[in-house]
Design a protein around this ligand. Structure first.
Ligand SMILES: CC(C)(COP(=O)(O)OP(=O)(O)OC[C@H]1O[C@@H](n2cnc3c(N)ncnc32)[C@H](O)[C@@H]1OP(=O)(O)O)[C@@H](O)C(=O)NCCC(=O)NCCS
Length: 166
């Protein structure tokens, strides 16, 4: 398993991964992905035997990103790394790929002298896999809000960057 920077040739695979888990995420078009890639502080893929089996997209607090969850953090914290999405292929889940992507992301945060990582996951309807995954990295709830025209409620989460989650 290799964690490396995402590049344009990975975009079809990334779009397919996003689409397969879109109920837990927001939709992504090729144009939107190109925009988010340009805004991202960190865009990484997990590659296994030449196949992209996961990706992670994260923004610093200075990004011009219009997501309501990102804006929630921007209004409250001066300096952070926001994980916009982390996705592992259904067939590869439960084997530590998400953990590798998150360790890599926390290393990046530490190397950038960022002390706080933020993200959100759905709580209504719930996403228990994501909830446990994030709890294992020391995330805790900082707030809640309804998004997507009131169709889902998210838990807004924060985690300190420390030696335990890298
Ligand atoms: C959340 C996600 C990225 C986790 O990736 P993963 O590679 O399966 O996670 P890992 O194998 O590294 O698991 C790490 C820990 O997360 C938790 N976890 C992961 N999957 C879980 C599941 N299905 N049920 C309960 N806990 C789970 C466990 O605590 C696990 O540790 P353990 O194996 O020691 O029990 C993956 O399930 C996924 O892509 N889901 C769909 C997209 C999504 O929901 N993304 C997050 C949006 S907020």
């Amino acid at each position: 398993m290799k964690i490396r920077n995402a590049q344009a040739t990975d975009f079809d695979a990334i779009l397919a991964l996003n689409e397969a888990s879109v109920s837990f995420l927001s939709p992504l078009s090729p144009q939107r992905l190109t925009e988010l890639h340009a805004l991202a502080a960190l865009h990484r893929v997990a590659e296994h035997e030449g196949v992209v089996v996961g990706f992670l997209l994260a923004f610093r607090e200075v990004a011009d990103y219009d997501s309501p969850n990102y804006r929630w953090f921007k209004e409250r914290y001066p300096r952070f790394l926001y994980v916009d999405r982390v996705v592992v292929a259904g067939t590869a889940r439960g084997h530590g790929v998400g953990t590798l992507l998150y360790r890599d992301m926390f290393e990046f945060a530490a190397a950038s002298a960022v002390g706080l990582v933020t993200c959100e996951f759905d709580i209504d309807p719930p996403n228990p896999a994501s909830e446990r995954f994030h709890a294992s990295f020391g995330f805790r709830e900082a707030g809640r809000q309804w998004v997507a025209d009131g169709t889902k409620q998210v838990s807004l989460q924060v985690a300190p960057v420390n030696t335990e989650n890298r």
